[in-house]
Design a binder for this molecule. Structure first.
Ligand SMILES: Cc1ncc(COP(=O)(O)O)c(C=O)c1O
Length: 420
């Protein structure tokens, strides 16, 4: 479908019955079709219901503390000497990232469906943590699937999820990362299609998940619109967000899709190198295909098998991407770039030392690209970066890069029980 024929991209996306251009769809086993049909119907009814919208806005305010702050980066703006840099601090959400926006939304839909059991997958642990949090809040049973590699590298979040009452199940299949956790969660849904809601954690998967999670995340851009209007009485020139599955990027971009003067850049994980298995840049290096119930870009080997991925950030370490972003790429509305592991770590250190904010490693990819791009723009331009989460969850990974010896010494002292 050609972009020029579509007057409002926002309306086009919201009106979708499952495809966005050629992407999306619902390629699922028959046994879970009634579950997802019922979910679609209820979600569509909810968003037309004013009482649902009121409840959603109240919960986002009272549980998560929205609206989140809109914050200038004066020291880095001066140092870089180009465009003005501001960021949307989604790390200030309860549980530390944007993921809680769609968790609250989906939990309210699940409540209306009368579901008592919630399952979810998680990579960085932020989506799992937010899911476990809303399940405790609404008193629902909670099971979280996590690839073994992520289970080991995001240990603090595993502990918090368990403390919140969730059962966390490590998945030993495949590359032991996010896509293996997604498959395990779908297998669970296939065994328990009636009493379970699968609270999928990004704008990926079969219909209605890409649409539903974009809908629940779009509050990020709506707030940025109000905040830039209040601060500058105009719109931003450029929006930058990292891309794992695509939920925080679509959350920031959605409200501005019809404002053609606003440039949008999604930043993928460049990992260690451009070689297969060393990165997670699916929109830039992936191929079209069907996986996990939807048609989009996926990282594949020449035979159509899903490739391994790598990123220093667990949340970007995923082989697929939202069909909505795939559509926006093809139409040219959103541009995609990469930041690699090293650039993300450098940006994290720069932001911490120059401004006093430690971002999640995922968000550090967006900052890395924005710092580079700001140099190319004049001082009257405004770049808004989505800081999708805060950095505490990454303590052990970040420390390994900056203070490897300190970390080893600390862990040894804990094991020896000398506490010193
Ligand atoms: C803080 C943070 N940012 C970004 C992401 C990437 O996900 P998405 O692209 O869906 O926003 C994750 C995923 O876990 C995350 O925890």
């Amino acid at each position: 479908m050609s972009d020029t024929k579509i007057k409002s991209i926002k309306e086009y996306v919201l009106d979708s019955t499952s495809f966005f251009g050629e992407y999306g769809g619902s390629f699922i086993p028959e046994v879970i079709k009634p579950n997802l049909d019922e979910l679609t119907e209820t979600f569509m009814a909810c968003i037309k219901d004013e009482s649902f919208e009121r409840e959603l806005r109240t919960e986002l305010k009272q549980i998560s503390g929205r609206p989140t702050a809109f914050t200038p980066l004066p020291n880095l703006t001066e140092k870089i000497g180009g465009a003005q840099l501001w960021f949307k601090n989604e790390g200030l959400n309860h549980t530390g990232a944007h993921k809680i926006n769609h968790c609250i939304g989906q939990a309210l839909v699940a409540k209306r469906l009368g579901k008592k059991r919630i399952i979810a997958e998680t990579g960085a642990g932020q989506h799992g943590l937010a899911t476990a949090t809303v399940c405790a809040r609404y008193q629902m049973d909670c099971v979280i699937y996590m690839g073994r590699k992520d289970y080991n590298r995001q240990r603090p979040n595993v502990f918090w999820m368990e403390l919140l009452g969730a059962t966390v199940i490590p998945v030993d299949d495949g590359s032991q990362t996010l896509s293996d956790a997604v498959i395990a969660a779908f297998k669970d849904l296939i065994s328990n299609p009636e009493d379970t809601h699968y609270l999928l954690g990004s704008a990926v998967g079969p219909h209605p998940y890409p649409l539903m999670n974009t809908y629940f995340q779009k509050i990020i851009g709506e707030e940025v619109r109000e905040q830039t209007k209040e601060q500058f009485d105009r719109l931003p020139d450029c929006l930058v967000a990292c891309v794992g599955g695509g939920s925080n990027a679509l959350g920031l971009f959605f409200d501005f899709l019809d404002d053609r003067g606003v440039e949008m850049i999604g930043v993928e994980a460049g990992g260690r190198s451009t070689q297969a298995g060393d990165h997670a840049a699916k929109l830039l290096q992936g191929e079209k295909g069907i996986f996990e119930g939807y048609y989009s870009y996926f990282l594949q080997d020449g035979d159509g098998n899903i490739s391994d991925t790598h990123s220093v950030s667990a949340g970007l370490d995923y082989c697929g991407v939202s069909p909505i972003l795939a559509y926006l790429k093809d139409t040219g509305r959103v541009k995609f770039e990469v930041a690699d592991d090293k650039q993300a770590l450098t940006a994290l250190e720069e932001l911490s030392k120059a401004e006093g904010f430690i971002p999640a490693l995922e968000s550090a990819h967006a900052f890395a690209y924005a710092f580079k791009y700001a140099r190319e723009l004049s001082k009257d331009k405004l770049i808004v970066i989505n800081s999708s989460g805060r950095g505490e969850k990454d303590l052990f990974i970040t420390m390994e890069h900056f203070q490897k010896e300190g970390l080893t010494k600390f862990l040894k002292s804990q094991l020896n029980g000398d506490g010193s």
